[in-house]
Design a protein. Structure first.
Length: 152
């Protein structure tokens, strides 16, 4: 059982770290793209979002499932930290589905030659939401890594 606890914890932390890194990279890319003119920004965002819309849901749900498995197989302080990490992962999913995905759909409806006048404000709102996801995701990673450190 000790080996199962350790393996579940390591896999959960690795998955969490990979997703946290992906979210950080996406955020950095988004802030860098703020210098693009509106038509270029829209085309870049739409291409990136097209890929992310297909790959991120299974990645996020797999990460959530791995966190739950780590909760089930671990005990004591380790379980508590994995539980906290799982709650934070759910927070990331809520920010994503309630705040970012509606903006993603809006951005997908635009054409590069007909961008609304308030496009930059909407872009910046998406970036603020994404920053919130990065912070909550990083907290989830810290909790999961702390849970791994306490696996007995």
């Amino acid at each position: 059982m000790e080996k199962t606890r350790m393996v579940s914890a390591v896999i959960a932390v690795v998955a969490m770290g990979l997703v946290a890194g992906l979210m950080l990279g996406t955020g950095m890319n988004g802030y860098t793209a703020r210098s693009l003119p509106e038509a270029s920004w829209v085309l870049r965002f739409q291409a990136e979002d097209h890929l992310f819309a297909s790959v991120m849901p299974p990645i996020f749900l797999t990460r959530l499932a791995l966190q739950i498995v780590a909760c089930v197989f671990n005990r004591g302080a380790s379980r508590g930290l994995f539980f906290a990490s799982t709650i934070l992962v759910i927070g990331v999913l809520l920010i994503t589905t309630l705040r970012e995905v509606p903006l993603n759909h809006l951005f997908q409806s635009w054409t590069a030659d007909a961008v609304p006048a308030d496009w930059a404000a909407l872009r910046d709102r998406w970036l603020k939401n994404h920053l919130a996801r990065i912070v909550v995701g990083a907290a989830a990673l810290v909790c999961a890594a702390s849970g791994l450190a306490k696996v007995r």
